[in-house]
Design a protein. Structure first.
Length: 129
């Protein structure tokens, strides 16, 4: 017994009637695979964002630690008190030191300042150089 084929707008559903369960199963599998791929991509992006935030945080913490250390040295040298906490005086002092380090006597000045600084730090820590 031959089935009479539909014509017009209803022709396509008859043709796909036998393949419908397989097509639906394939479509569901494709949909699930796409969902898993999207979830994996989102997890990767979240991991990268977390890592980037962590790197920025660590750099910021290192910079803050370094600035605190340098500030401690300014206080230890009593520069803040001697300059009456005037930022312009401190900046001028630092610029003068930088100009000295750019000059011809750079190595001599560095050696002199390094030795003096080591001596003060060693005295503070109870060690003799």
């Amino acid at each position: 017994m031959l089935r009479e084929r539909r014509r017009g707008a209803r022709a396509a559903p008859t043709f796909f009637a036998r393949a419908a369960p397989a097509l639906a199963k394939g479509l569901a599998a494709t949909d699930a695979a796409q969902r898993r791929a999207t979830q994996a991509r989102n997890r990767l992006q979240a991991t990268r964002a977390w890592h980037d935030r962590r790197v920025r945080l660590m750099k910021r913490q290192q910079r803050a630690r370094r600035l605190i250390e340098l500030g401690r040295l300014v206080v230890k040298a009593e520069l803040a008190e001697l300059a009456a906490d005037d930022p312009a005086i401190l900046l001028g002092l630092f610029l003068e030191a930088a100009a000295t380090l750019k000059g011809d006597e750079r190595d001599v000045k560095l050696a002199l300042w390094r030795e003096h600084g080591r001596r003060v730090l060693a005295d503070e820590n109870g060690h003799r150089p």
